[in-house]
Design a protein. Structure first.
Length: 349
């Protein structure tokens, strides 16, 4: 009987070369390099939308700074202590799953690059104009200590008697063109906002379809190209090519599903929306029945742990994406301006 094994020797050597490329998409939060041009967050400008009933922001800039500092204290303590158990006090939404996974990987590798760095200083703070809850603050940080790109932090408060928590982190793409926001504060939007080229909910669904079906998606022409799309496509293609050249039977697919319950929206000065949402995905990779499909990166190995491998492996990702959705009469395409992609579960099936 033929023994179960992962790859031939030739395949192992080739797969090791592929792993570095594969890892780059797993750690999309670190796409920026110091020699590359960084995105520029535009100066806030413009007027409040018509029909606004209040001109006061829900928090002041000093209050935002204090909120952000308390959140980062908890996040940084979790990193220092290699312990995710206290994160929920100040972290929620997709970022809680992402940061918990990052700490699991960090505990296994000891590599601080497995943790998305969150600079303490802000380059721009966009405060919400609202008198209701839930509410959100959109803050752009400075670049990181090694000149990686700025991060968009979304901090949310569910009710008057709860703390603000870090809901999402989106490292901005290189050369991203960011929308402008009102200097006086910004209105919060919703998943079903009208007057746009697509509602925020539909924009995320269409973008998820593009990630899954690539240029074959019926919605591909609605979006400008971006780094997340390029990375997902190129890494899958490299892995496929590796196995094709080795003669090993291999197939793969990744299914992307937007989470309609996890969307935050802030309106921009030009009548558009900046939409931050969660898209879950499951990447399934299959080998011949007499071979083992093994984790392909340090992050996957850390999450897989000591589980028994089979011929099929499934990797579950959280993809947190920031989309600019322009006004319906703008003549512009939608565009992704930042994303964080992190595996959170790896299982043999």
């Amino acid at each position: 009987m033929t023994p179960r094994h992962a790859f031939t020797r030739r395949t192992v050597r080739t797969a090791k070369r592929t792993a570095a490329a594969f890892l780059s998409v797993c750690l999309l939060g670190s796409v920026a390099a110091c020699a590359e041009p960084l995105p520029t967050v535009q100066t806030r400008m413009g007027q409040l939308t018509s029909g606004t009933t209040t001109t006061e922001t829900a928090v002041t800039e000093d209050q935002e700074k204090a909120i952000r500092s308390r959140i980062l204290d908890v996040v940084n303590a979790a990193t220092t202590n290699h312990d995710a158990s206290g994160l929920s006090a100040r972290v929620t939404g997709p970022e809680l799953d992402v940061r918990t996974s990052e700490l699991t990987v960090y505990n296994a590798t000891g590599n601080t690059a497995d943790i998305t760095e969150l600079p303490a200083d802000a380059s721009q703070v966009n405060l919400p104009i609202t008198t209701t809850w839930p509410r959100a603050i959109f803050t752009f940080t400075t670049t990181t200590s090694d000149q990686q790109s700025q991060r968009l932090l979304v901090m949310t408060q569910d009710s008057p008697h709860t703390n603000y928590k870090l809901w999402a982190v989106c490292p901005l793409f290189q050369n991203a063109t960011m929308p402008a926001f009102s200097v006086d504060g910004s209105q919060l939007g919703g998943a079903d906002d009208s007057g746009l080229v697509q509602t925020p909910k539909d924009a995320l669904a269409h973008y998820a379809d593009v990630l899954q079906n690539k240029d074959s998606s019926q919605y591909a022409s609605e979006f400008e190209d971006d780094q997340l799309r390029q990375s997902v496509t190129s890494v899958a293609a490299k892995i496929q090519q590796t196995f094709n050249s080795s003669g090993v039977t291999f197939s793969q697919d990744e299914v992307f599903s937007p989470d309609d319950a996890q969307i935050e929206v802030m309106r921009t000065a030009d009548g558009g929306d900046l939409v931050v949402g969660r898209i879950n995905s499951v990447w399934t990779r299959r080998l011949d029945s007499n071979r083992q499909a093994l984790p392909a990166s340090d992050a996957e190995r850390a999450l897989f742990g000591g589980a028994t491998a089979t011929s099929t492996i499934q990797v579950t990702y959280v993809n947190t994406v920031a989309l600019y959705v322009p006004a319906a009469d703008s003549g512009q395409q939608m565009r992704a301006v930042g994303a964080q992609r992190q595996p959170i579960q790896v299982a043999a099936v």
